[in-house]
Design a protein around this ligand. Structure first.
Ligand code: SAM
Length: 243
């Protein structure tokens, strides 16, 4: 997968020099290319922003440097153009999975009060928000988006199946997880997980997943079609949790 990023701070993406994404880049599973919008500034002071028409607070990123930067990317490598914006549709796992299937993506990172609306109207295919809060720059949202997408690219994760069991992948939260030692500060790992009984372990994991979803994100259960067995388990767990 090829991801192009338009930004005035390409150095922020040095973050991809470590961890899972760095390995995936080395394995040629992902290529991430930054394009510095400031290099296409149209004024001698290298500015890429100007005061908003009609007045008001802050500065707005000008259309021309962004569009010039965009046109510097090979046409066949542009793909879907996304503007990271608090006004966009909120990112969720479904969207992440559908984006991970694409060959090319281009992300525009805004700064200041955002980018000139005419860029959005003519060049942006989709606006995406990472949540109902305002960041100082789209770069941080792009990092989240790229990280989430990369987990779904074949070969990126050591265990191909692990994203299939992640929170949200089956509409539920993942249950509690434990590792060594068996007892930590007097707290014990649930005995079912140490039992070696595969059926018992799977039942415990499902219960934990259902219970955590019920306690932390009951809204997810409203849209989830549960099997008869899951429904029964949930009813039992819910009655215990309420008592
Ligand atoms: C300070 S914000 C601009 C906010 C804008 N004045 C508004 O009220 O809608 C600067 C940039 O950060 C990015 N950004 C801020 N919050 C974001 C969010 N929740 N999701 C994605 N991008 C965000 C956008 O690229 C935006 O252009």
């Amino acid at each position: 997968m090829n991801i192009n990023i338009l930004t005035i701070f390409p150095e922020i993406f040095d973050i991809f020099n470590v961890g899972l994404i760095s390995k995936s880049i080395k394995k040629n599973l992902i290529s991430i290319n930054t394009f510095d919008i400031r290099k296409n500034s149209i004024n001698k002071h290298n500015h890429v922003d100007s005061k908003p028409y009609g007045g008001g607070e802050g500065m707005v990123m000008m259309a021309e440097p962004i569009v010039k930067t965009l046109s510097g990317i090979q046409k066949r490598k542009v793909g879907k153009v996304i503007y990271l914006s608090p006004q966009g549709k909120k990112l969720d796992q479904k969207k992440v999975i559908s984006l991970a299937e694409r060959k090319n993506l281009t992300l525009i990172c805004g700064r200041y009060e955002g980018i000139d609306q005419r860029v959005i109207e003519k060049y942006v295919d989709e606006e995406i928000s990472i949540g109902d809060f305002v960041l100082s720059g789209g770069e941080y949202a792009a990092i989240c988006l790229i990280d989430a997408i990369s987990r779904h690219i074949p070969g990126v994760l050591g265990n191909q199946d692990s994203y299939l069991k992640d929170t949200f992948s089956n509409g539920l939260l993942k249950g509690h997880v434990f590792t060594k030692p068996e007892i930590f500060e007097s707290m014990e790992v649930p005995s079912e997980l140490l039992s070696g009984n595969h059926k018992e372990i799977e039942k415990w994991k499902l219960e934990s997943s259902l219970l955590q979803t019920f306690l932390k994100r009951p809204d997810l259960l409203e849209n989830k079609k549960l099997s008869k067995k899951q429904k029964k388990l949930l009813e039992e767990l819910a009655s215990k949790a309420i008592l």
